[in-house]
Design a protein around this ligand. Structure first.
Ligand SMILES: [Zn+2]
Length: 100
């Protein structure tokens, strides 16, 4: 892609990238929307994380498209994770609480 081309379509490219990014993030929010923390019951979606694969799941979600194959990779990691809120996530990470 030439610079002139990029300059001309810069706004469109950014807009599309942003829209795709949001679409991918929405996938996680939708998944978490009816979930709650396995430890304390917190159900506020924005507070919820995947333990221990949160960083990886979010990284893949941002990188890959929303096609079924990419989703499969994400859901495989989600399957192996527990849903925890940010507080409990930190506590588990520091061995303050334990999971059976
Ligand atoms: Zn919690």
């Amino acid at each position: 892609m030439t610079n002139a081309h990029y300059e001309k379509y810069k706004d469109t490219i950014k807009k599309v990238a942003r829209r795709n990014y949001r679409k991918r993030i929405v996938l996680l929010s939708e998944f978490l929307s009816d979930k709650s923390c396995n430890h304390c019951g917190e159900s506020e979606t924005i507070c919820l994380k995947f333990y221990p694969h949160d960083a990886e799941i979010r990284k893949i979600t941002k990188r890959v498209g929303t096609n079924p194959k990419s989703r499969k990779e994400i859901f495989h990691l989600i399957d192996e994770s527990k849903i925890l809120c940010s507080n409990c996530f930190i506590k588990v990470d520091n061995d303050l609480i334990e999971f059976i």
